[in-house]
Design a protein. Structure first.
Length: 87
């Protein structure tokens, strides 16, 4: 009987700790980069696009796609802090 109580307490502590660590995983990430045209010239302005994650650099399986993001580039085509919130 005593072993069952100890096991139950350990299990409760473990599950509580697990829930804490899982909730600590960020649900957003920043997307930064440089936009260029097909000739490599920087694009300046505001652009909307989706960001996707695959499990390989080429020919991989699609894992996730963001909602549409709007970014504004500087004169060098650089954009910063395009935040995606839907992981």
């Amino acid at each position: 009987m005593g072993n069952k109580i100890i096991f139950s307490l350990i299990l409760i502590i473990f599950l509580s700790s697990f829930a804490f660590f899982v909730s600590a995983i960020p649900q957003t990430f920043n997307v930064n980069g440089k936009l260029t045209d097909s000739s490599g010239s920087a694009l300046s302005g505001t652009y909307t696009f989706n960001f996707s994650i695959y499990d390989a650099a080429s020919g991989g399986t699609h894992l996730w796609t963001s909602n549409a993001m709007s970014v504004t580039t500087d004169s060098n085509g650089i954009y910063k802090n395009g935040k995606s919130k839907s992981l």
